[in-house]
Design a protein around this ligand. Structure first.
Ligand code: WTA
Length: 635
């Protein structure tokens, strides 16, 4: 068997072949040689696509935090595990070594345990990008509890529904968060959210912004005094391979957000392996992923992947434009970052600014630069490659999903030659298929289809929390014995994959997954609105922006349309998040529907995209007469 870290294209092809011919042997070796187990597994993999049941390393016992921290103490105790860069560049950095991290996680684990958190309990984490966020996540894992991190930009309503869905026993939050020059209150959002939640017994509060907040007696506790008293030792709770590690919510094309459940052993093995290979991490490197821990990228490539490899992972609290648009490049220069991982939307936003922000910044330490979250357009790819990588660093366009747990398609730097906008090839163990609309696999190259995965991989989500049927229907019912990603992809003449975008009603705005259904539900709550439909349209920086078509209840009334637009966006911000606000709102008398009453979003997308002259056959519509009106009034 070859080495853990793939070093050449030849080696990649060889390892890939082994991995798909004998997956059990392949994963068995990786798991055995690179991770620490309390008990070995009985079976590497058991799977049943028909019922959507997947088990990896069944029978094994472990604790992921022993793999992320304890096993590094002897050799890397003084190495920086987490390098914290605060929002305000004039504030000091924090270098948290592996041994500091060990003590901080143990203290936090004791606090959780003393508050009654036990194996299997759900803990909601609603924190800014500060060390306590990482410490809390790991402390949950250490006691065997299930963390559910909710991005701290979500509204009280969104937070509340997530807490209720997984009946969290505790929320860990902070008084507020620093975002550039702004202070965002967080604790009041938690207070609001908890009005609807009966499961939460305690709220732990980190002091960050020193904003005044209300503490409810017997429920809310400042974290610092509890940590101070806690012991710095906490023996890791041994869990089973398939015990839950975390829940992370993601938008679906319909209905409420889906709580994707990830389990311990498989997730660990894949997060560790993929991090090591995609970023070609070397012992002395400093790795920086600019995502938020509220998303899967932050889980796998700020926390678990790097720590499983004994890496130094940079955690940045702030935003890309503060104090100016040179901040990312300042951070890279200051900390001599070797691998940088960000989103296309960030690249586009930075590329729009003057190159003076990049000039004179020493980016020479960079060896690999990556992107994730949405298709990267050719212009952004070249800007990144020319100005940040200086044509000297492989650009890794990495594809994955909340559901896949780790990166499944990506170049291996220095092994896979890159082509702009192509995520290139599957990582070892990942068997891709492109499917046509009627369920046949499209073989050969220079083809396009729906992207599926035809063999299980260790870090696949195991279910949707509380709704296995929905899991099965969403991912395993479109194509027999396959996982359907919801994305379309093209395979070029050399077999490289390019992800073309979602083929369902999920829209990716600035790298955030948004389902149309909850946005439409929020709009429809407005007393004057009868019905609405939301679609995406191309946007220079965000990738996609949202276009809403709205039908008013009473057209005769003299509405102020601009006021209505403001009210609609206020409702969306309150119900979901400001991320989901509409860029364009068109009031219309009708929406194109099929005879069964389904809104034809394909047509609305074309109109929003200014392609109203290319609608194709609309004769099967129930109400083709509305189309011209919609085109004439489009924005
Ligand atoms: C999209 C983010 C093109 C895709 C890690 C996927 C991408 C969705 C890429 C998952 C990429 C992610 N190229 N599209 N390199 N990476 N996507 O769950 O549509 O927030 O299905 O996970 O992002 O978004 P999620």
């Amino acid at each position: 068997m070859s080495s853990y870290q793939i070093k050449s294209q030849e080696e990649y092809f060889q390892v890939y072949q082994q991995s798909i011919q004998k997956p059990e042997i392949f994963w068995n070796t990786i798991a055995k040689e690179h991770f620490m187990w309390r008990k070995q597994w009985d079976n590497v993999i058991n799977f049943d696509f028909d019922n959507a049941h997947f088990k990896w390393f069944d029978g094994a016992e472990l604790n992921i935090t022993e793999n992320c921290i304890d096993r590094h103490l002897l050799t890397r105790g003084d190495k920086t595990a987490l390098l914290f860069e605060p929002n305000d560049p004039s504030q000091p950095n924090e270098h948290i070594t592996y041994s500091d991290l060990y003590h901080r996680v143990c203290k936090m684990a004791n606090v959780l345990y003393d508050m009654g958190i036990e194996k299997g309990d759900r803990v909601c984490v609603y924190l800014p990008m500060i060390p306590e966020l990482v410490v809390t996540v790991l402390a949950c894992a250490r006691v065997g509890a299930v963390h559910s991190v909710v991005f701290a930009g979500f509204s009280a309503v969104a937070l509340s529904s997530r807490i209720v869905d997984s009946s969290c026993k505790m929320v860990v939050t902070s008084d507020g968060s620093f975002r550039g020059s702004k202070i965002i209150p967080l604790k009041p959002i938690v207070d609001e959210a908890l009005k609807e939640c009966t499961s939460v017994k305690h709220v732990l509060v980190v002091e960050r912004t020193k904003t005044e907040i209300v503490m409810e007696p017997n429920r809310d506790f400042w974290l610092a005094p509890l940590l101070e008293k806690a012991s710095a030792q906490f023996p890791a709770v041994v869990v089973q391979a398939e015990d839950p590690l975390f829940i992370l919510y993601t938008s679906g094309s319909t209905g409420s957000p889906k709580g994707m459940l990830h389990t311990c052993a498989g997730y660990m093995v894949y997060a560790g392996y993929s991090f090591n290979n995609v970023f070609q991490y070397q012992e002395e490197d400093t790795f920086w992923c600019s995502a938020d821990v509220g998303w899967i990228t932050g889980h796998s490539y700020i926390i678990y992947g790097p720590l499983l490899n004994g890496a130094t992972s940079l955690l940045y609290e702030g935003i890309l434009s503060f104090p100016d648009f040179g901040r990312f490049w300042d951070i890279i220069a200051k900390h001599k970052v070797n691998q940088f991982y960000t989103a296309p939307t960030a690249i586009r936003a930075l590329a729009k600014e003057s190159l003076a922000f990049v000039k004179d910044k020493d980016l020479s330490t960079l060896k690999v630069i990556g992107t994730v979250g949405e298709p990267i357009n050719e212009e952004a790819w070249h800007w990144y490659n020319n100005n940040i990588g200086k044509k000297n660093c492989p650009v890794v366009d990495t594809w994955f999903q909340t559901e896949t747990g780790g990166i499944l398609i990506s170049p291996i730097p220095y092994a896979t030659p890159t082509i702009p906008t192509y995520a290139t090839l599957p990582l070892p163990g990942i068997q891709l298929a492109l499917m046509d609309d009627v369920g046949n696999e499209i073989k050969g190259n220079q083809v396009e289809g729906r992207l599926c995965i035809k063999y299980p991989w260790p870090s696949m989500a195991r279910t949707i929390w509380g709704d296995h049927k929905r899991y099965q229907e969403t991912y395993f019912s479109s194509f027999k014995k396959m996982y359907f990603t919801g994305d379309g992809a093209r395979r070029n003449e050399v077999g490289y994959y390019r992800i073309t975008g979602r083929v369902d009603d999920v829209i990716i705005v600035s790298g955030h997954n948004l389902g149309t259904a909850p946005i439409e539900d929020a709009i429809n709550e407005h007393p004057h609105i009868a019905e609405s439909a939301v679609v995406g349209f191309p946007h220079d920086i965000k990738g996609n922006a949202l276009y809403g078509y709205v039908i008013l209840k009473d057209l005769k009334e003299n509405h102020n349309l601009d006021t209505l637009r403001t009210e609609i966006n206020a409702l969306i911000s309150e119900r979901i998040s400001p991320i989901a606000k509409l860029d364009k709102i068109q009031f219309t008398v009708g929406l194109p529907k099929t005879r069964s009453g389904k809104i034809m979003r394909r047509i609305l997308r074309k109109i929003a995209n200014k392609e109203g002259d290319q609608l194709g056959d609309i004769s099967t519509l129930l109400n083709p007469q509305v189309i011209q009106e919609i085109i004439d009034n489009s924005i």
